[in-house]
Design a protein around this ligand. Structure first.
Ligand code: AMP
Length: 288
C-alpha cells in the first residue's frame, strides 16, 4: 500500500505545442480571474531560469514557461543544432513551479511563407550586434510572437542578457504591446560565473578560467567607481582576459538605461563584456 502521508512528487506541468492550445489555457486562467506571467527560455534549464520562474509566480500569477530554441537568432556558424535540448529534464525542473509549458515546433512559430521581422535600433545597436548582426532581430521577432501568443500581464527576462532585456523593453514600448517587462538579477555560481546553458560546453580547464570574466568586470567597475579613467580600466580588463586565454569580443562601459555611450558619469552605468573561451562564447555584465 502506498503511504498516503508520504509527500507526492509534484506533477509535471502540462505542455502546449500550438498557439491555439496555449490561448485556450490562458483564457481559462483569465476566466478564473488570475493574472499571467510568461518566462521565455530556450530550455536546458538551470538555477537562473528557475529564479525567473519563481519570481514570475511571486504574486499568485499563473506561470507559463516557453521552451523554444529559436533558429532565427542563431547565425549559420553558431550552435543551433548543438544547443543542449532535454525536454524531459526541463519539465522535471519546472514541476511544482510552472503552471504550463509552451513548447512549439519550429513550424508552429515559423509557418511556411513567414516573412515578417521586427526591425531594431536604439539599444540593439553595437555590443552583441557587432558580433551577431541578426541576433536581436531573431530574438525580438520570436519574443513578440510569444507575447502575442500568451498575452501575459508580465514577462520576465534575466539581466544576464542585459542588452536583450533593454531591446525587449524598447520593443514593447514602441509597439505598445500591453505587457510589463521585468528584469531579474543574474544568478551566479559561487565563484562568480554567470549561470548559462552554454557553460555545459566548457572543458574542466576552461571552467576553472571562466569566472575570470566576472572578476575582470568587478575589478574594472571598482576602478571606475573610485574615479579612475574608464578607458584605462576597460583596457586592463581586456588585457587580463587575453592573458588568461580569452578571445575578447568587447568590454564596454555604457549608459545603463539606453546602452548608448556614456555622457554623464553620474548616471547609472553598466559594464558589459563578451569573450570566447575555446568554443564557448560567454557574456556577462554588472552595474557600475
Ligand atoms: P535562455 O534560455 O538562455 O534564452 O534564457 C532564458 C531567460 O533566462 C533569459 O531571460 C535569460 O536572460 C535568463 N537567464 C539565463 N541565465 C540567467 C542567469 N544566470 N541569471 C538570471 N537569468 C538568466
Amino acid at each position: 500500500m502506498p503511504d498516503a502521508a508520504a509527500p507526492q512528487p509534484a506533477a509535471l506541468p502540462p505542455v502546449d505545442r500550438s498557439i491555439a492550445d496555449l490561448r485556450i489555457r490562458v483564457a481559462g486562467w483569465r476566466s478564473e480571474g488570475r493574472s499571467v506571467s510568461l518566462v521565455p527560455t530556450m530550455g536546458a534549464l538551470h538555477a537562473g531560469h528557475v529564479e525567473l520562474v519563481r519570481a514570475a509566480a511571486a504574486d499568485g500569477a499563473r506561470v507559463v514557461v516557453s521552451i523554444f530554441v529559436n533558429p532565427t537568432q542563431f547565425a549559420p556558424t553558431e550552435d543551433f543544432s548543438a544547443y543542449p535540448r532535454n525536454e524531459e529534464r526541463d519539465l522535471a525542473a519546472l514541476s511544482g513551479i510552472a503552471d504550463a509549458v509552451f513548447a512549439p515546433t519550429v513550424g508552429e512559430m515559423y509557418p511556411p511563407g513567414f516573412a515578417t521581422t521586427v526591425s531594431l535600433a536604439g539599444p540593439a545597436l553595437g555590443l552583441e550586434t557587432e558580433f551577431r548582426p541578426n541576433h536581436f532581430a531573431g530574438v525580438a521577432t520570436v519574443v513578440a510572437k510569444l507575447l502575442l501568443a500568451a498575452l501575459p500581464d508580465r514577462a520576465l527576462f534575466g539581466e544576464k542578457d542585459y542588452q536583450q532585456l533593454l531591446v525587449v523593453r524598447r520593443m514593447v514600448r514602441d509597439l505598445a504591446i500591453p505587457v510589463d517587462i521585468v528584469g531579474v538579477p543574474t544568478i551566479r555560481e559561487a565563484d562568480g560565473l554567470a549561470l548559462s546553458s552554454r557553460n555545459a560546453y566548457l572543458s574542466p580547464e576552461e571552467r576553472q578560467v571562466a569566472p575570470e570574466l566576472h572578476r575582470a568586470l568587478v575589478i574594472a567597475a571598482a576602478a571606475i567607481r573610485a574615479g579612475g579613467l574608464a578607458v584605462t580600466a576597460l583596457a586592463e580588463a581586456r588585457q587580463t582576459l587575453n592573458d588568461r586565454g580569452f578571445d575578447v569580443d568587447y568590454v564596454e562601459l555604457r549608459d545603463a538605461g539606453s546602452l548608448g555611450e556614456v555622457t554623464d558619469r553620474a548616471a547609472p552605468l553598466r559594464l558589459l563584456a563578451a569573450a570566447r573561451l575555446g568554443r564557448t562564447r560567454l557574456i556577462d555584465n554588472i552595474p557600475v
